[in-house]
Design a binder for this molecule. Structure first.
Ligand code: ADP
Length: 481
């Protein structure tokens, strides 16, 4: 089985969020199962620099609407083959991969990710310059959403899977972009790529894909309803027969408290003593009072409304009064960033914050915190709540999407059957959050029960093998068709 896996980011080469974790780990898991998978990425400067011995294997000229580009072949550090679209005009620049240094979307994003989609489709069709032909093209999020549309109009096209990692980001562009990027004018309609008068890359993907997946079973249901359907609920409900929720796994090598180079001390479920030196180190790094007893609440996320950061900010004084300490890492909304820093100055010694992206610190927070806060308003899957369970740091989460599917609330019944592994709240406001945090802190002070909750989480299998097998079944079903 040959699979072309197209994405706009993939760890460890380039990462802004969970999509990168998945695009790094899922192809690796498929590769281990014997699938001949190749990951297609844009040739960003960071990626070109990170990969040595790249080899040009094709050149694309005259693609309607796009500058000329090369296709380079290399490999991830773990050996999974990667194909890079080299097009300096579109990808060789400073700033972020989606936005400039001021956080404003690149104005040519339609072309930048249209090209990624187009090349995925060319490689999956009779027009491919390569001998290697994929049996399936697997697209991820809006940045590759035009690929299913291009494939639909191509010769001898491979079937394609469209995975939604976050329905809220859709890639919306002016209507004329459709034709400018070489799609037939007739597909700009409701039964096609049109979304309220604009071109939607994600809708294109959802409309033309042969199978749709999303990253948790609960989110697969939620996106068919008004509240979380982002305007696409009707389309998704009408395609529910080919819509599957497959829970993301985590990279259990990268996120392993027994062998994590970012930690002060290693530990495992058999011996949790190594957790306290990590707590001490985290308290030191975050400028917190060194105190082994006070519960330390960690948080790592994009500072956005989606992640419930507004609710966290509101709840800070009462969380600290539990009493507890807080260690926050993230970046995003400028007002939230400022508010986080102001609060950390105001409550210095009790609340520590770092604004920015810091992979090493995110690992230390998972290990050094006692509990991990994740009050997302909606969460397609979420990864941090799984990392935290693996690190013996029970999560406090809002009952939504993948958080429902991965965290079992601690109560008498779940404790009795050994499932309790975190604290879940329904009410999405400061009262709901504080209620769950209070329960978490009370359980923390009951050492025996706390240890049980930690060990329940640490014993869970969050690896990719089951999920990779589920994707494999979908690929196979498309081939049989
Ligand atoms: P999303 O993709 O919606 O941002 P996820 O929980 O699925 O959320 O994945 C986020 C990933 O990005 C996790 O691996 C998380 O640890 C990481 N991450 C988010 N913000 C930061 C940050 N400021 N520094 C380091 N890692 C971060």
């Amino acid at each position: 089985m040959r699979v072309l896996f197209a994405a706009s980011e993939a760890a460890p080469l380039i990462k802004t969020g969970g999509l990168a974790d998945v695009s790094g780990a899922l192809p690796a898991a498929l590769h281990r199962m014997g699938v001949d998978v190749r990951v297609l990425l844009p040739g960003y400067p960071q990626v070109l620099k990170a990969l040595s011995s790249l080899q040009q294997i094709a050149r694309f000229t005259g693609l309607p609407g796009y500058p000329d580009a090369n296709l380079l072949r290399g490999a991830f550090p773990n050996g999974v083959p990667v194909l890079l679209v080299e097009c300096p005009e579109l990808y060789q620049r400073g700033g972020g991969i989606y936005q400039d240094e001021h956080g404003v979307d690149w104005t040519d994003n339609a072309q930048r990710f249209g090209l990624l989609s187009k090349i995925a489709a060319v490689l999956g069709s009779a027009d491919s310059p390569l001998e290697w032909k994929p049996d399936v093209v697997h697209c991820n999020d809006w940045q590759t959403g035009l690929a299913p549309a291009y494939l639909h109009f191509a010769n001898d096209a491979a079937p394609c899977v469209m995975t939604v990692h976050n329905l809220a980001f859709q890639g919306i562009f002016p209507p004329q972009t459709t034709v400018e990027l070489g799609l037939p004018a007739q597909c700009f309609q409701m039964e096609g790529v049109e979304f309220y008068g604009s071109l939607s890359f994600l809708k294109a993907g959802l409309y033309y894909a042969n199978h749709i997946t999303t990253v948790s079973p609960s989110y697969a249901k939620e996106i068919q309803m008004d509240a979380l359907g982002s305007g696409l609920q009707g389309l998704l409900a009408s395609r529910r027969g080919i819509l599957t929720g497959i829970l993301n796994g985590i990279d259990t090598d990268e996120w392993n408290p027994a062998a994590d180079p970012h930690l002060a001390y290693s530990y495992n479920a058999a011996d949790l003593r190594g957790k306290s030196p990590n707590k001490r180190e985290l308290q030191r790094r975050m400028g917190l009072h060194i105190d082994p007893e006070v519960p330390l609440i960690g948080l790592v996320c994009r500072f956005t409304h989606q992640k419930g950061m507004d609710v966290v900010l509101e709840a800070v004084p009462q969380l600290l009064a539990l009493p507890a300490q807080m260690a926050l890492l993230g970046s995003g909304d400028a007002t939230m960033q400022r508010a986080v820093l102001e609060l950390s100055h105001h409550y210095s010694g009790r609340m520590g914050a770092f604004v920015g992206f810091d992979e090493a610190l995110s690992h230390l927070i998972e290990a050094g915190a006692d509990m991990f806060l994740m009050p997302s308003r909606f969460e397609p899957c979420g990864l941090n709540q799984m990392y935290s369970q693996r690190y013996g740091t029970p999560p406090i989460v809002h009952a939504t999407g993948g958080l429902i599917d991965t965290v079992m609330d601690c109560n008498d019944a779940s404790l009795a059957c050994g499932d309790a592994c975190g604290f879940v709240f329904d009410r999405m406001d400061a009262t709901g959050l504080l209620d769950a945090a209070r329960r978490a802190v009370a359980t923390y002070h009951d050492k025996k029960t706390w240890r049980q909750v930690q060990l329940n989480g640490m014993a869970k299998d969050f690896g990719w093998s089951q999920s990779a097998a589920a994707y494999h079944r979908i690929y196979s079903s498309l081939l049989r068709r």
